[in-house]
Design a protein around this ligand. Sequence first.
Ligand code: ZN
Length: 262
Amino acid sequence: MRLFDTHSHLDDEQFDNDREEIIKKIWENDVKTVMEVGSSLETSLKAVNIANSHDFIYASVGIHPEFAENADDEDFQKIKTIAETEPKVKAIGEIGIDYYYDDSAPRESQLNCFQNQILIAKELDLPIIVHDRQSKGDTLKVLKDMNVTKGVIHCFSGSAETAKILINMGFMISFTGVITFKNAKRAIEALKVIPIERLMIETDSPYMAPEPFRGRRNDSRYVKYVAEKMAEVKGIELEQLCEITYQNGLKFFNITKEENIQ
Ligand SMILES: [Zn+2]
């Protein structure tokens, strides 16, 4: 059995004391590919460093909407240069819109940050990893207006109806340990209608630890619990679910079999 954690933040300071130890354990626990996701210029550079020192880890670079207000053209240019020159960078992200917090970055700067990085992804022909929190309407509008077809909505928590719209747009949909929570009814209903070839699994570690580890530090080993829940909902064998989502991940991020050490 092999698993692909398609969204992790191993750069997070919560791993500063035991990062290498945890990475070793992740590999030993059947997680054979990890997408390490940046959320600022600084963490994107860290993500590339981590990917460059571990064969089974790849990187995504981008500026999260949380940091949109201070992001300028120079930052976008730097993101583009990193993505263009570092062969292990396989996506632009995480990028998107977040209206959850009262002090979220202003709408205009979030849209500007999102749109600029979509343009980079299009120029470099890379897929995008989208963060959408309380911003479904605007996120869908930007993706449609800019005719984006190569993307994944990460940590999906939307409705079955939204999932269907995204599927029609060509999108992948990725789920975290949230689906293991008792109150995850809406996400489960969405999961039921998504074709299996459009699904990916992720931890979003160190956040979003699945049951029975809810509230603790998460890491890529726990992607197994997301897979178990997904297999149960889709009514297929765990091993089959893991292999399908693994292949989906390789295909989506354009990681060739020769390149993937597993
Ligand atoms: Zn994330």
